[in-house]
Write a protein that binds this ligand. Sequence first.
Ligand code: CO
Length: 562
Amino acid sequence: MAAKKPFIRITDTTLRDAHQSLWATRMRTDDILKIAETIDNAGFYSLECWGGATFDVCMRFLRENPWQRLREIKKVCKKTPLQMLFRGQNILGYKHYPDDIVERFTALACENGMDIFRVFDALNDPRNLETAIKCVKKYGGHAQGTICYTTSPVHTVQAFVKLAKEQEAMGIDSLAIKDMAGILTPGAARELVAALKKAMPEMPIQVHSHMTSGMAAAMYLAAADAGAGCFDCAISTLSSFSSQPPTESVKVMLESEGFETGLDTAALTKINGYFKDLKAKREPTSAKKVEAVDAGVLVHAIPGGMISNLRSQLAQQDALDRLDDVLAELPKARADLGYPPLVTPTSQIVGVQSVLNVLSGKRFSMVTDETKRYAAGYYGRTPAPIEPKLRKKLIGKLKPITCRPADLLKPGLVAAAAELPPNTIKAEEDILSYALFPEVALGYFKWRKEGGPIPADAEEAKTKVEVEEKKGNSSLQLPTSTSTPSGTPVLAPLNGTFYRSDAPGKPEFAADGATVKEGQPVCTVEAMKLFNPIKAPKAGKITFVAAHGKMVQKGETVAVIG
Ligand code: CO
C-alpha cells in the first residue's frame, strides 16, 4: 500500500495580493470583516492581509488606518495566523529605512496581531533581510525567508540554494519561493524544491505564484510532489488572471493526488459567494479588459502589472506607440543592470530606465537618480556585476558603496516624530505610518482631523473625466521648443513635474542666475515617480523659464543658458 501523502496547507491571499492584483487594492476593512469569521474557519494555514500597497491605499484612497484594519481582522480571526509581505530593509516602502524603524515597525506589527512575516529583498541580497528577520524573531513572529524567483544566467538552482542557506543561518522558520511574475515552470519548480529539500530537509517550503502565464496551478502540483508544504491561493472570484490560482481548484487537484488540505468546501463556497457579490462594487472597470492568460509572459517574462505601468508611463509621455520597443528593450536593460529580479522597487527602476532608453534614442543617455543609486550599490548587491564602464557612466559623481546600504543610515524614528506637525498623531503607530509614507500619512491625518470626502468614492467618476481630458488634449501635447530669452535652451526631456530646487530629498540644483558648467545637473523633471536630472547643455549663466513644481511638456524650454 502506498504511504499516505502529507498534509498540504494553503495560505489565502484574497485579503492582500489577490485584490492588489485584480481590484487595485480597493478592498475595505468593512468588506473584510463581514466575511472574516468564515475565512478564519475554512482551514487555511494563514491569511495574507497586509503589505506595502494595502498599507498605502488604506490611507491614501480609503482613508482608513491600516493598523486599525490589522487589529480588527485579528479580533475576528483568532484561529488562523495573519501574514504580511515585508520588503526587508524597505519594510513597506521603496527605500531603505534605518534599523530602528525596521525594529519598531516589526514590534508594533507583532503587538497588533501579525504572526507570519514573509521577508524578501528585491535583489535577493541577504544583508537587506538580516535586521528584519532578527526583529521578527525578537518580537515573537514567524520569520519566513524568501527567494525572489527569476531567470538569468546567474540565477541558478545552486545560487538559490546558497541564498536559502544564508537565510537558514539567520534563523528563518520557513522559506518562500516568490514567483511574482508567474514564470516558474513545473519542471523548474520540481528541481528547485527538490534541491532545497535536499540541502535543508527540515525547512518548510511555501510557494507563491501568479496565474499570469497560466502555469501556476500545474506548477504547484509539481512543487507539492517535490516536497513543498504550503501554497498561496485566492478564492476563485479573486483568483486567476494576474492573481493567485483558485483555492477551490488547487484543493481538489491536491486531494486527487492523495494530499490532504484540511480545507472546508462549504466554507470556501460561502466565501466565494460573498466576494462574487462584492466584485461588482470593488472591481475597477479597467480590470474587465484584462486577458485571462498573458502568454507574452512566457516569452518576455514581464508581468502584466508592469506592462500596464509601462503603458501608463508611455501614455504620460505621449508615446504609447513605443510599447513594443520598450518591451524589447527591457530584458536588455535588465541584463545590463546585472539581472535584478523584477519586483518592487527594481521593476520600477528597470521599467522606467527602459522607457528612457527608448524615448531618448540613446541607451543610458538619460539616467534616473534611482538607476544611479542602484548601480552605486544603495539598493544592495546586484545579482551580476554591471559592466565596469557602464557602471561608471551610470554612477557619475555618486560615491559607490559595498557595505550593507542601511549601515549608512542614521536612526530615523526620533527624527520622523520631530518632523510631524503638532497635534497630528494619536499613537506611536502614526509615526511609523508617517516614516513609511510621509505625504500619504499626512494627507490621511489631515482627513482624520478635518473630515472630508473619501477619495476612493469619487475615483471612478474622476478617472472617466481624466480619460476624456486626455483624449481632447492629446494634440496640444506636442513638443513646444520656444526660446523667448536669448541663449541656449535647456529642454524638458519628458512630460512631468519640473523642480529647480527643493525637490523632496534632492540637493539644491543651480540657483537662478548662477553660472553653470557644461554637463552639470541644473534641475530635474519628476516623471513616472522617478527623478530625471537635466544637465546643462553648455557652460554659462542660467536663467530659469519654467516655474518650480509645475507640469512641463517634453521639449519645453525650462531654462536658458546665455
Ligand atoms: Co504576489
